[in-house]
Ligand binder design. Structure first.
Ligand code: ADP
Ligand code: MG
Length: 254
């Protein structure tokens, strides 16, 4: 067994003539929290989407627990993954977005149970029991039968986290999970994420919450212009950024 969750080497991604990722090298150990900061348009979301196979790579590779994303090795040769193989890999990865993206016509419980029942074909009863435990963990036991529209943004995002966890992922990706929230609701979502980290979940978190990165992150990455400009221990990077671009960015967000 390897203790590496993700290994990325030379990852490139273009949209037409636009080079969005210009060679990302990264290793993410299991059980770690990696925070990614950087200006808008620097490629943070695209990188997460590549890990989760919502985008295809143009160069380099990403291994998730040793398995190459997007390709399959058969008889010593590389083949494009078929749909089912890609879906199976994605089942192990939970993703939480800036917009909560709950199904509006379903209750909280139905939102959480939908994917495990439909995709993993688990029994509804077993999934519902797990969903109730998850709702307790995110502090929303009393909202089991509520509809998303009746919840605050912070509550909706906590449901979205519980929904991702219901698939029992081995890796959680967060793309600016608190950016759409009113300031007074940010803390409750970060608290849930902090507990998840304390429980040993491997997490990659794109965020502007520098305090979270400092206190919860094991590793901090600063991206700009499609590349990693600087990375390291969060406290060190935040206290003594080595690159001018990192300094300028931090001066704006802190
Ligand atoms: P970030 O998350 O750091 O703000 P993104 O990864 O969303 O950055 O975007 C990086 C660059 O790629 C931006 O210039 C953006 O406009 C461009 N981009 C992202 N997705 C697409 C797409 N589907 N088609 C064309 N350009 C895209
Ligand atoms: Mg983004």
């Amino acid at each position: 067994m390897t203790d590496v969750m993700i290994e990325a080497q030379g990852v490139t991604k273009n949209f037409g003539d636009l080079e969005v990722l210009k060679g990302i090298d990264l290793t993410i150990p299991k059980g770690s929290v990696t925070c990614i900061i950087g200006p808008s348009g620097s490629g943070k979301s695209t990188f997460l989407r590549c890990i989760n196979q919502l985008e295809t790579l143009d160069g380099g590779y990403i291994l998730v627990e040793g398995q190459p994303v997007g390709v399959k090795i058969r008889k010593g040769r590389l083949h494009a993954q078929n749909h089912a193989e890609a879906a199976r890999m994605r089942e192990n990865i939970g993703m939480v977005f800036q917009g909560f993206n709950l199904f509006p016509h379903m209750t909280v419980l139905e939102n959480i149970c939908e994917a495990p029942v439909r995709v993993k074909k688990e029994s509804r009863k077993a999934v519902q029991d797990r969903a109730r435990v998850l709702l307790e963990r995110v502090g929303l036991s009393e909202k089991v039968h509520a509809y998303p529209a009746s919840l605050s943004g912070g509550q909706q995002q906590r449901v979205a986290i519980a929904r991702a966890l219901a698939m029992e992922p081995r890796l959680m990706l967060f793309d600016e999970p608190t950016s759409a929230l009113d300031p007074e609701l940010v803390g409750e979502v970060l608290d849930v994420m902090r507990k998840l980290a304390d429980g040993g979940m491997t997490m990659i978190v794109v965020t502007h919450e520098i305090g979270f990165a400092r206190e919860v992150g094991d590793h901090l990455i600063f991206m700009d212009g499609g590349g990693i400009v600087e990375q390291g221990d969060p406290r060190t990077v935040l206290r003594e950024p080595r690159h001018e671009r990192t300094k300028q960015f931090l001066a704006k967000v802190i």
